[in-house]
Design a protein around this ligand. Structure first.
Ligand SMILES: [Zn+2]
Length: 353
């Protein structure tokens, strides 16, 4: 029932949509959303944003190339700027850190043109290149001069890492203890809370910010240990009589469609029969089964690997007579479960509204 997202994007059966996609890429987002048939919306939206992100990377590289030329010619001088940095801030409206990252990345890219393709492909981000370049410059001051191949190797090590991972890797390379420096601006409300926590926890934390934060983090982690969300037990489905069952099933959106269809056909007998046939004790999944499924799925969402807000999902929906056997159940996080529900039942609902 659930289609993994990458198959969804690259599945060749979407060929027809791919052809249409080319025109959709040139449309503005509001145009795109209003013109598309519902079924292809998700696909086109994803294609559009992937396309734009790729364009963004290409433009990013062009900007770095232009910055290099402007720096070489000191072209900013005619506009009254004393350097590339203030040009970037005042003329290009970059923030301090955006300007810094682009200028350092620009220098790295000029020295190692191989980086250009890697940035375009998204293997390295401008931020990563800037982080590594800063590291290399600091080493240079310490008298460490890696050669070209060594530098390229270092960049290669950082490919596809998050900036946080790059930071940690560089700290390790520098023989530094891996630390995270946090600067937090507290709003007045938070200041009050912080002061109170500091006073009341002074015996344990001695008012040390690191100790206080550690205490709060440990408490949060204890409170939010990865665990399963108890599924809502639909007590109504335990009702005895067919009448009660009919009423309760009508409350069940998933079963509603089925009931409506049957009613339309005028097949009241069939309906009663189908309800009898569906006379399973409850849609509640026994605790033992839940535990087995979770253990089998390693307490992770089988789609995205998340360990939070896990729910048990029927592969063949309960409303479509899917049973509570382990084979028909899998662990999904709340988002993936919602998404699965939308894929299974959503489109027709969206149409009606
Ligand atoms: Zn998930």
């Amino acid at each position: 029932m659930y289609i993994p997202r990458f198959i969804y994007i690259f599945n060749p059966s979407f060929g027809a949509q791919n052809r249409k996609m080319n025109s959709s890429l040139t449309q503005s987002v509001p145009q795109l959303v209003s013109n598309l048939p519902i079924e292809s919306k998700d696909h086109d939206l994803i294609q559009k944003v992937i396309h734009l992100a790729s364009q963004e990377r290409k433009i990013g590289v062009e900007i770095l190339e232009l910055l290099y030329e402007i720096e070489k010619r000191k072209a900013y001088a005619d506009l009254g700027y004393d350097g590339l940095y203030s040009f970037c801030i005042h003329e290009l409206r970059y923030s301090d850190s955006q300007a810094y990252r682009r200028i350092t990345a620009m220098r790295a890219m000029h020295e190692l043109p191989e980086l250009k393709e890697k940035i375009k492909k998204g293997e390295l981000t401008v931020t990563t290149v800037s982080q590594v370049q800063t590291h290399l410059r600091q080493n240079k001051r310490k008298g460490i001069h890696p050669n070209r191949a060594e530098k390229l190797d270092l960049f290669k090590t950082m490919q596809n890492l998050s900036s946080h991972e790059v930071e940690k890797t560089l700290q390790t390379l520098n023989g530094e203890e891996v630390t995270v420096l946090l600067t937090i601006k507290l709003e007045p409300e938070m200041q009050k809370a912080w002061e109170e926590i500091r006073n009341r926890s002074a015996h344990a934390t001695h008012g040390q910010p690191t100790e206080i934060l550690n205490m709060l983090m440990q408490e949060w982690l204890k409170k939010h240990q990865p665990k399963t969300e108890p599924e809502k037990t639909d007590a109504k489905t335990k009702a005895e009589t067919d009448d009660q069952q009919l009423a309760s099933v009508s409350n069940d959106t998933r079963a509603k469609t089925e009931v409506t269809t049957l009613l339309k056909k005028g097949a009241v007998r069939q309906l009663t029969g189908s309800l009898r046939a569906r006379k399973r004790p409850s849609r509640h999944i026994p605790a033992q089964t839940r535990r087995s499924v979770l253990a089998r799925d390693k307490n992770q969402c089988t789609n995205c690997g998340s360990e939070f807000a896990l729910q048990i999902e029927h592969k063949k929906p309960y409303a479509k007579k899917g049973d509570h056997s382990c084979e028909n159940l899998k662990a999904l996080c709340r988002s993936c479960n919602l998404r699965a529900g939308i894929r299974e039942f959503g489109t027709s609902k969206m149409r009606r509204s």
